[in-house]
Design a protein around this ligand. Sequence first.
Ligand SMILES: [Zn+2]
Length: 363
Amino acid sequence: MRDATFACPDLTTFTRLDELGLVVVGQQLEPDRAVLACRVVEADRWCRRCGCEGAPRDTVTRRLAHEPFGWRPTTLEVRLRRYRCTGCAHVWRQDASAAAEPRSKLSRGALAWALHALVVGHLSVARVAEALAVSWHTANDAVLAEGHRVLIDDPHRFDGVTVIGVDEHVWRHTRHGDKYVTVVIDLTPIRDGTGPARLLDMVPGRSKQAFKTWLAARPQSFRDGLGVVAMDGFAGFKTATTEELPDATAVMDPFHVARLAGDALDRCRRRVQQDLHGHRGMKGDPLYQVRRTLHTGADLLTGRQRARIAALFADEDHVAVEISWGVYQAVIAAYRHPDRATGHTMMTKVIASVSRGVPTGLT
Ligand SMILES: [Zn+2]
């Protein structure tokens, strides 16, 4: 372990509330939520109208959702002092704008967390709302506004972008069908190893046309600079890329490749199940019992899980499942390898071995 200097444990810095101008003065921990009592550090006691000193009058409490720690929703109860001016009788409350936008129900930390969770972590708005312990509409409005603010604040966001990722999210399930949003992220920092992915844009809809129109509306210099477009399995994005950017390479991003490999493994398991037993997998069927364990990385299996899988593969009838499990494991191991060059070599081997010959019934 690295030789590190430890500071005293401190809830304010741990929850990053110092960055929001707050200090934690109390905590209330329950199994499903945490409430932190906070105060604003800066006093703010000079009248904005006449410059006289204000006399403390009383306090008001403002509730803010903060980012969850350990997946437990964390709510802030911020006590704000109210002052009355000794000169002009004007009344004001302590400025908390470093902690949250005026009238916002989410702290600035919660906004940043929500946007990242949605765009990079692939969480749904519903899941974000649950983690923040706010309503769906509150989370949705806040994320949209924050995405807009982050984008508009940075007019140079398209500069130097050479790798983008495009992905569709179900924005909302409605009775009339699902609503989609197409999210465009800058993956250049990931490719260069210089930082995390960055949100570039959000376009309503999932159609090929939405992405094509977006690409067409970008300046020529931006389109010329794009070398790689990573995308999920939706074919429309690929056609849009080929039509608008003939020189760019369209690739599938690691998240989706791993998911496709996992889906292929499931399809194979279901088919073998059907062939052997003539019915869908149910409780008691060995192939059904291991369905989740098969998706666990081989290096993360417990001794018991390992033995279960070994017993399954000892049966000659399950050889097809064993082979597709091997391919799936090789794919996730390649993507998870910390060294990108080694990961790439591993992936090349997987692709070569699969293309040399896949046993019948595996595709
Ligand atoms: Zn005054």
